[in-house]
Design a protein around this ligand. Structure first.
Ligand code: NAD
Length: 494
């Protein structure tokens, strides 16, 4: 997609900087605002967006509660009509959405365009589920009795989202919530408020009834108010493990239903019989695509020592030439990270790994070239000889930093892979069918890959993790409706 110079600094309509409650764009009652800054160029401020407090959240929850009876009453097939219409509008506005994502989140424009396509696929898949959202008829124990199961929407839901997929992740919460018959309050990340405002605007344009989908911008105070509001029947959260755990604990006293999609420390295992070029391609894509800011990003390469030197040589030859730059620049191959906090965390993780014996073989610092604007540019970094139990090999970095960990054979590689608390994705490169199936059996991770990158998922396959990466029903699959609906049974004697 070619970007004309003026396109990058489009004006943001004032209404989109507020909250969207009960069908109206409104300013936050808190009176607070927060600047939305382009991570590729600090001189580019998109706008001052609402920074909401508890009162704003409570008003939004009231609006969602008022809209609930009508919305759950019309049934899934009529509701799907709104999703289909929103899909058409999203397609027509796809460039606007992609530009917003690149400008406020920083990812490459082609990555942002891919994210819009993913959001569209999620909408299409979810709308299609309307005709399948039934239960079963069951045998009755008595004569002249009919028994069946059916789902009911759980009510008002709170949707709390991160910044790394600012369109796709909110969409894979909003779409099934609405189809199921829930009404919703979306609280996106304060780092990407515009993309969420545009998502909500797409549904507004599709004619969604007032109050069915509400948007409250803000951070922890708004998120906590959503969790604390007794009219909220469920919270679907995507973000970090500590915040997810706090949300779960915060709602436990009233048995709040939670769906938590959390962090990852994902490994690509490179066996001694692997196709090394394929493995290198996958690791480059998985570790440095979106500057490593994916929950499924490859952050460890667990490599058999017998092929380690050859693997590293080929890997470094590729990574050293990755061009770091703004997402709007077609020559860029690696985008900035989202903000200074993430940048500093990545740099601190690199320094910590070096203190622990890791050796930087590529990158290792900020990317500084005279022509780059002031922004959050981190060099793609490869660190070898990282002990399997070092902090860099155990904790999420969420930046363009790859730990290469030695493994002494296949069993050792699997032991190391499974040594972390997380279990988002697991990938193996091997030409042995036996090893491939054994890895799939033994990986303690939800999304598994053989001889392909460990990132990238389909709109219709469960987005799912093991261990501390996930709690509750998976997203992006028919199983998601086990979160947004509750099962009921009925027996009718006649
Ligand atoms: P984060 O946990 O800092 O924030 C996530 C959301 O929670 C934001 O909207 C934030 O405003 C809100 N929040 C913050 N404090 C809160 C509180 N006390 N109560 C309620 N809400 C609160 O995460 P992030 O930095 O936005 O995103 C990065 C994290 O998300 C990484 O750990 C990454 O692995 C994870 N992630 C997971 C998936 C997945 O599907 N499992 C996908 C993408 C990102």
């Amino acid at each position: 997609m070619a970007v004309a110079p003026g396109d990058m600094r489009f004006d943001v309509a004032e209404r989109l900087t507020g909250n969207y409650i009960g069908g109206q764009w409104v300013a936050a009652q808190s009176g607070q605002r927060r600047a939305d800054v382009n991570p590729a160029d600090f001189s580019d401020v998109l706008g001052e967006f609402a920074e909401s407090g508890g009162v704003d959240v409570d008003v939004a929850v009231d609006a969602a509660a008022q809209a609930l009876d009508h919305w759950r009453g019309i049934g899934p097939i009529e509701r799907a009509g709104y999703l289909t219409k929103a899909g058409r509008i999203l397609e027509a506005r796809s460039q606007e959405l992609a530009y917003a994502i690149t400008r406020e989140q920083g990812k490459l424009l082609k990555e942002a365009t891919g994210e819009v396509q993913r959001a569209l696929a999620v909408l299409e898949f979810t709308a299609g589920q309307a005709r399948l959202l039934g239960g079963v008829t069951a045998p009755a124990e008595e004569a002249r009795t009919f028994a069946y199961t059916f789902r009911k929407p759980i009510g008002v839901v709170g949707l709390i989202a991160p910044w790394n997929f600012p369109l796709a992740i909110p969409m894979w919460k909003v779409a099934p919530a609405l189809l199921a018959g829930c009404t919703a309050v979306l609280k996106p990340s304060p780092l990407t408020p515009l993309t969420s405002a545009l998502l909500v605007d797409v549904f507004r344009e599709a004619g969604l009834p007032d109050g069915v989908l509400n948007l409250v911008q803000g951070d922890a105070a708004a998120g906590e108010a959503l969790v604390a509001n007794p009219a909220v029947a469920g919270i679907s959260f995507t973000g970090s493990l500590p915040i997810g755990t706090a949300i779960h604990a915060g709602g436990a006293h009233r048995l709040l239903r939670t769906q938590l999609e959390l962090g990852g420390k994902n490994a690509v295992v490179v066996c001694d019989d692997a196709d090394l070029d394929k493995a290198v391609n996958a690791v480059v894509h998985g570790a440095f695509g979106q500057a490593g800011q994916r929950c499924s990003a490859t952050s460890r390469a667990v490599v058999d020592v017998r092929v380690r030197e050859e693997f590293l040589e080929r890997l470094v030859a590729r990574v050293a030439h990755l061009r770091v730059g703004p997402g709007f620049d077609e020559a860029s191959e690696l985008c900035p990270v989202v903000d200074t906090a993430r940048r500093d965390a990545a740099l601190a993780a690199i320094a910590g790994a070096q203190r622990g014996g890791g050796k930087v073989v590529c990158g290792g610092g900020r990317e500084e070239r005279p022509e780059l604007p002031e922004g959050c540019y981190v060099q793609p970094t490869v660190i070898r000889d990282v002990p399997w139990d070092a902090e860099l090999a155990q904790e999420e970095v969420f930046g363009p930093v790859l730990a290469v960990v030695d493994a002494d054979g296949f069993d050792d590689a699997l032991r190391i892979t499974n040594s972390v608390k997380y279990g988002m994705s697991g990938t193996v490169f091997t030409t042995s069918q036996t090893r491939a199936f054994e890895a799939l059996e033994r990986f303690e991770a939800g999304m598994l890959h053989v001889n392909r990158p460990g990132v990238g998922a389909y709109a219709h396959l469960p987005h799912v993790g093991d261990k501390a990466s996930q709690y509750g029903p998976p997203e992006c699959s028919p199983e998601v409706f086990d979160f947004y609906t509750a099962w009921h049974s009925a027996c009718i004697s006649y």
